[in-house]
Design a binder for this molecule. Sequence first.
Ligand SMILES: [Zn+2]
Length: 376
Amino acid sequence: MFELLKTEDRARRGRFVCPHGEVQTPVFMNVGTQAAIKGGVSAIDLKEVGCQVELSNTYHLHLRPGDEVVKTMGGLHQFMNWDGPILTDSGGFQVFSLSGLRKITEEGVTFASHLDGRRIFMGPEESMRIQANLGSDIAMAFDECVENPAPYEYVKQSCERTLRWLARCKVEHDHQKTLPDAVNPNQMLFGINQGGTYADLRVWHMKETANIECDGYAIGGLAVGEETQVMYDIIDAVEPHMPKEKPRYLMGVGTPSNLIEAVFRGVDFFDCVMPARNARHGKLYTWEGALNIKNEKYKTDGRPIDPVCQCPVCKSFSRSYLRHLFASGEMLAMRLAVLHNLYFYNSLMQRIRDSLDEGSFSAFRAEYSQKLALKI
Ligand SMILES: [Zn+2]
């Protein structure tokens, strides 16, 4: 299912075959939390901004409209009209970050819905059943995402439990696929590495996780409060223990510079709300660095957001017009900004892939890793 096409040091160029199509890696997945991209962007628009994989959220869709509703409507692909690959997260991250009062036991987590306070139980089996109902191409294992920093002893017990949860996920996932009414009988499962900022726990947990046969492996629990260098150090420690023949996914990361640096360290899959969230606040990415479109200096700037960008927004509208839309509180401001930023992220990954194909990724990294972090 995963084919490694080329490598340049640790960086990898590959292709991954999903039930709903082939994915060229490294890839950035575009986040549609509640089966929509915040900022008024639909699955139709995702095609136009070069999205390969859409990511939706198990926790949110379980709460609303309910995964049974989505299943009744033919699964998430039909429901949101996206015919390409979909990855669903396990719900774990939101259970731990969004919900109020929660109680963790060996069985799973009891938590209060952030919508109405209703008490809900979710464990490995529930997460697998919900993701089976959604019918995504890639399901993520149910894990506990610990905040950084956290005490060593707690992280140790937590990642031991996450390992036991993965074994249960695997059993339930295999079972769900065999059911006669399975929405996606070819759904795949990715395991998740945890261990906080402790390299020894990370390595131990990765080795154990790799012993459980999954279709890919993720590094979770990073970009949750630690310094960027700590994140890079953890990837450096874990990566040698991740199976070479399976895709690697760094969850919830990151800035354009983070993506380049993580590809350099051997990561294949990414997702992050950052490009869309920043867009909604007027922070737009260009190949010279990021700009704030609300800035006074763009008031009569007739250039597009980025003169070299080929996105539908840059082809049609000026900085001056976009600044006006933001100043006027028009919904269109957010929509256009999100479209541009997603296009930028997808084209960044395209250029990373091109440079890997040409054997010039290290030159690409040298030119852009710092530059894209600039504010202009
Ligand atoms: Zn653009």
